[in-house]
Design a protein. Structure first.
Length: 261
């Protein structure tokens, strides 16, 4: 009778030791990919496994999430393998004297041997290549200021002839009529008048005579050239025309300067 009691006692102690939860796992783990492992108690008469005392690792695997199964008969682990080789998950203490079986899962290498590792583990080889600066797209921001600069340059170039005329007219007004009737003063003021005509009508205007001014309805300038010729020989007729009349005759000729840029 005593021997039969010891037999039943030994069977009662061995029964929970033989019953163990079962792992449900893929054939292998992919490096760096989140995957799910399930630990389930398949014996309905056995108590539900308690929550494993885990931190953030399940053996060598990085533990990302841990949640119970909907029926309460196990646990679902979301893990990430960050090291190639064989991941060995040691037995877990599930309470009530239960332990999970050891789990071995291969983690194949996903890069050539000796190649750079990027995205796992840290270190110099973990740094991703630098993203180049998008110069092509950034250069689009230069289009508005370049367009504005081109427009301003075009306007400045178009107005260069007018600026030359205004400058030549300003200098001519300051020196006309000649202060004296000596030959040097007459030649100097004559040269300033020709510079103004060349800026307004082009270089050909430097050789215009009275007939050319008359044909272009520039009466004050016809008198201008005749008065200078008379002054060179000591005559006072025709008199020097006023500067305002000379400049007004040029302004009456509408249109841009004919002398070019």
């Amino acid at each position: 009778m005593r021997a039969r009691g010891w037999l039943w006692l030994s069977c009662g102690l061995a029964a929970p030791a033989l019953a163990a939860p079962v792992w449900q796992a893929p054939a292998q783990l992919q490096l760096g990919v989140l995957q799910t492992l399930v630990l389930r108690e398949t014996d309905p008469s056995a108590p539900a496994p308690a929550r494993p005392a885990l931190d953030d690792h399940l053996g060598p695997l990085r533990l990302r999430a841990l949640e119970p199964l909907p029926d309460g008969r196990g646990w679902r682990f979301q893990v990430q393998a960050l090291t190639p080789g064989t991941a060995v998950v040691p037995p877990l203490d599930l309470g009530h004297g239960l332990q999970s079986p050891e789990l071995r899962l291969p983690v194949p290498r996903t890069v050539p041997f000796g190649g750079p590792w990027m995205g796992y583990g840290g270190g110099r080889d973990d740094l991703l290549p630098a993203i180049p600066f998008p110069w092509a797209w950034a250069s689009l921001l230069l289009l508005p200021p370049l367009a504005l600069g081109g427009w301003l340059a075009l306007r400045w170039r178009q107005g260069r002839g007018s600026r030359r005329v205004r400058h030549a007219a300003h200098v001519f007004r300051r020196h006309w009529p000649p202060p004296t009737r000596d030959r040097a003063a007459l030649d100097a003021t004559h040269g300033l008048g020709r510079n103004l005509l060349a800026a307004r009508f082009g270089e050909a205007a430097r050789a215009w005579g009275p007939a050319d001014f008359r044909a272009r309805r520039l009466g004050p300038w016809e008198q201008w050239t005749q008065s200078l010729d008379a002054a060179r020989f000591g005559r006072t007729e025709p008199p020097f025309p006023p500067a305002d009349a000379l400049l007004a005759a040029l302004e009456a000729r509408n249109g841009p300067p004919e002398g070019g840029p």
